[in-house]
Design a protein around this ligand. Structure first.
Ligand code: PNS
Length: 160
């Protein structure tokens, strides 16, 4: 039987416990989950380089062959084809995520009808956690314990 590959892409700047929760749920749906970091995101200047973000993820998930960690540029659906993913995984938190996510999912479906987007809900305790807020709290010297892995927390402390 064909192996089912899922693609979990994002900025992961930095990785949060919400991301890890989604990753563990995605693992139940697919034989492997490719974690992919977007290179040259035009949205905002990243805090961590792509290499640092890959390192941070690797520190947590290790060298698990079922969770390859990659970076990509260009269209997500093209990268999905490259890694032979048939699922794109997205985490949904609040209703406010929905509109943007729906647009992306429908655009991706138009571009690649064979790739299905699936939305997963993280544990309630992470429903308000975003990389953006974690960075802001860390920058202002607030405590992000429990919101990100400890190794990420230490990197944030060092960075600010
Ligand atoms: O961490 P994010 O911001 O939620 O990740 C967004 C990401 C990387 C999934 C999205 O920006 C993306 O897919 N970028 C690649 C370019 C692309 O395919 N754009 C068209 C999407 S409809």
């Amino acid at each position: 039987m064909a192996r089912r590959v899922a693609l979990y892409a994002g900025s992961f700047d930095p990785l949060t416990n919400g991301h890890l929760d989604i990753l563990s749920r995605a693992r139940r749906l697919a034989d492997s989950v490719v974690m992919a970091i977007l290179e040259n995101d035009a949205k905002e200047e990243p805090l961590f380089t792509v290499e640092e973000r890959i390192e941070m993820i690797r520190e947590i998930v290790g060298d698990d062959p079922a969770i390859p960690i990659r970076s990509f540029s260009g269209l997500l659906v093209d990268f999905a084809r490259e890694v032979e993913a048939t699922l794109i995984v997205r985490g949904l938190r609040a209703v406010s995520d929905y509109e943007y996510e729906l647009q992306m999912a429908l655009m991706n479906r138009r571009l690649a009808p064979g790739v299905e987007t699936v939305f997963l809900m993280a544990k309630e305790e992470y429903s308000y956690v975003s990389s953006r807020l974690v960075k802001e709290v860390a920058r202002l010297k607030g405590d992000v314990t429990g919101l990100v892995p400890n190794s990420v927390r230490l990197r944030l402390q060092k960075r600010f």
